[in-house]
Design a protein around this ligand. Sequence first.
Ligand SMILES: Nc1ncnc2c1ncn2[C@@H]1O[C@H](COP(=O)(O)OP(=O)(O)OP(=O)(O)O)[C@@H](O)[C@H]1O
Ligand SMILES: [Mg+2]
Length: 401
Amino acid sequence: MSDPIDRLLDAAESGKSIIKNREILQDTYIPNIIQHRILEQEQITHSLLPILKHSRPSNLLVYGSTGSGKTLVVKKILNKIQERVEKSKFPIKLVYSNSKEEATLYGFLVSFGRQLGLTDKELPSTGLAISEVFKRILTRIDESKINAIFVIDEIDSLAELVTKTGNDILYQLTRANERLKQGSLALVGISNNLRFKENLDPRVISSLGEEEVVFGNYDLEQLTKILEERIREAFIPNSVEESALNLCAGIAKKQGGDARRLIELIRVAGDIAERQQSPKVIVEHIREALQKIDVDKEETVLEAYGLHEKLVMVAIMKAGGSSSTGEIYSFYKGLCKTLGQDELTQRRITQYLNEIEMSGMISGRLIHQGIHGNTKKYKLEIKPETIKKSFKDDLTLQNII
Ligand SMILES: Nc1ncnc2c1ncn2[C@@H]1O[C@H](COP(=O)(O)OP(=O)(O)OP(=O)(O)O)[C@@H](O)[C@H]1O
Ligand SMILES: [Mg+2]
């Protein structure tokens, strides 16, 4: 039998790879042509046009479910405006930030300040009051007469931070222009949570949503076209079977028309096909990819759980089959005892069970017990091996799994 290392190296050298450019399958890749989003591209570009005439665009809110192309479209428009701005001498600044990547309001504002050119000296990374950070940012805009567009992607995360800290940065951002004598600030908020507005201060909504653009969900035909184009760019010709392509689009359609899922699937399936040295991506590779992605996601979620959530998972696993909240709770208490940990109340554990159920890793069913009231029974929806694998590096849990 040939040496497995040589076999793979030979294949790579002889150019037998079916993926011609892997980068094109990454989430951050911006394709030359964005299909199907003509109207949305027009609406957003139109709304930002005033910046080229050196006046303030209206604030804008962009909505749509996950993977509907919002970030892609907005980034592409920013890039195009940026190309033109570089030619003009006018101080225009386009700033993009993803609020999910910032753990604190302070960090969020500092990242904004940095992109406006504020140095560590002018705006230290820690230590100031939020109001002072904000003031320094506004002073920079004012003194340098900057016309800024500030894109806040995943703005729901920022709204959550605002709710948690009670520091109403969003309100202040929307009112910034009232404090500026020169220069201006326009906001573009992007959200995939259609109900996000419900949690906001109505004054913020009316100001932030001066204009709104909504991205609808992709249908099957649109997903198929997007995938065909991506495959054409990234794979060598005729290396993805049509049935595999169709299955991929069908899965993405079922998952809410999510184009991110679509591209992730073909990327992982392409890798699997290459590893098996198959000349084509076939239906089985898509199925395998789907499983692999699900397992990877579950493991990431499980690894991030706190100790007691992990113990609840182990308790459900040990209880086996379909078990009532009470049964799971007594297994959980037993585990706490073994580990010498203080146990949480049954109420708290019931809350955890509800939360874990939302992730889809367990499912619950309400059982009516006549005069004894109702009880909920839970069962695992993932393989026990996934739990064991995810927790194997947690030293505390080593003796119980
Ligand atoms: N019309 C399209 N043409 C080509 N590729 C697309 C299109 N729409 C989305 N994509 C691709 O799908 C993936 C997800 O798109 P994007 O990141 O813009 O989604 P989103 O709406 O911002 O989702 P989320 O709300 O989860 O952030 C990206 O890789 C993007 O390149
Ligand atoms: Mg996005």
